[in-house]
Design a protein around this ligand. Sequence first.
Ligand code: HEM
Length: 442
Amino acid sequence: KSHPNAPPCIRGWIPWFGAAFEFGKAPLHFIQQARDKYGPVFTVVAAGKRLTFVTLNEDFRAFFTSKDVDFEQAVQEAVHNTASINKDCFYKTHPTCATIIKGRLTPGNTAMLSVHLCEEFNDHLENLGSKGTGQLNEIIKSVMYPAVMSNLLGRCNSPSNSLTRQEFLEKFTTYDEGFEYGSQLPDLFLKQWANSKRWLLSLLRNMAIRAQETLYNENDGKTLLQHLASTISDKYLPNYGLLLLWASLANAIPITFWAIAFILANPEAYKIAMDQINVALRDQDKEKTRVTLDDLQHMPYVKWCIMEAIRLRAPGAITRKVVRPLKLRNYVIPPGDLLMLSPYWAHRNPKYFPDPEDFKPERWEMADLEKNVHLEGFVAFGGGKNQCPGRWYAVMELHMFVALILYKFEFTPLDPIPKPSPLHLVGTQQPDGPCRVRYKHK
Ligand code: HEM
């Protein structure tokens, strides 16, 4: 029996199955329909879990800062299933790891990482050749996966030869695509997915060994993996490495796809962006193009396009576990519930974002992005103590990549922009269909 002050609860009519079926078909759309029907706070019982959604911006503060909710307890099971880190170890080590990662990805350190990242982008863009046709998504992954991995986890350790790179691309794609189901089910049910996980863990194991061996040779040039290695000399280092790898690629790379697709589909946006890029990078070599943070400052419009892509394709849901009865409006949410907040839907509130479905880079003119002041109502990176530590790096990385690829290549879209897939709640949206482009070197 529900508590008298508990929020409305959607169970579906097969009691033990709950609303899992309706919810599972298109969870992203289910949230909005449920909100219209049941009000701003409601509980979905799906596959034996209670998910309580908070949909009003006034309640987001409680989600991010209340002492009655907890991030680690909310994600622990997913961490266990996706990276094989057991509960006790996770609770013991996560705070330290989170602190290190946060410290290494400050705006200042992000600026230092940008120099090497630009070299990596140039190198991997060369592999595209002078012209070709392909899926935009695949083109972006083939450059960004190895470049970002090398930049954050170590240059010599990245899959550098083309054979390993191809294998890495395949394995990581399988892992990423199955992440949401994999996070909820034992390996037993997902053979191919579990296989990709094992492959990636063994890659990370090799990288962690090399990271530890070379730890004392270089002082300033330590990678993020080496910083982790110097603090957690734990047998779980490769497992944390895998989580970090996933966190750094899973959201940022689909957003890069959307940013470029939106720019290519909007001739006016494309023109303004290209004008800024061409002025900022004028006279630069098209083979080895150096994009500095100063150059990026001269392309504010490109950054607005990126923020707008992040807004429109923000994560389906983020989560906290209720650990003590949580008062919200007139409700009391019972301990054990997973509290859910959907940045995707929050960004479709016309009160904060007029014409919310439209791609309007100009709306970001009001935000002071240099000081990292976003628009009110923007929650793509979460908030509170566990806000995304990679947010400065993410925006820098996307800004640089989009400028660089549009400077070097001319694209002709061959398909209309696909819809976002409504299938997943974890992370940013994937395209629901093909998006082929023809490209050639300028
Ligand atoms: C556009 C790209 C990105 C988006 C939209 C995004 C979004 C998020 C969100 C919503 C969270 C959870 C926050 C919360 O629950 O309050 C998160 C966590 C995290 N993100 Fe990102 N992220 C992005 C890129 C990155 C990048 C590039 C990195 C690494 C360089 C990164 C590293 C992490 C890590 C390590 C966590 C877990 C933090 C913890 O354990 O406390 N993210 N991200």
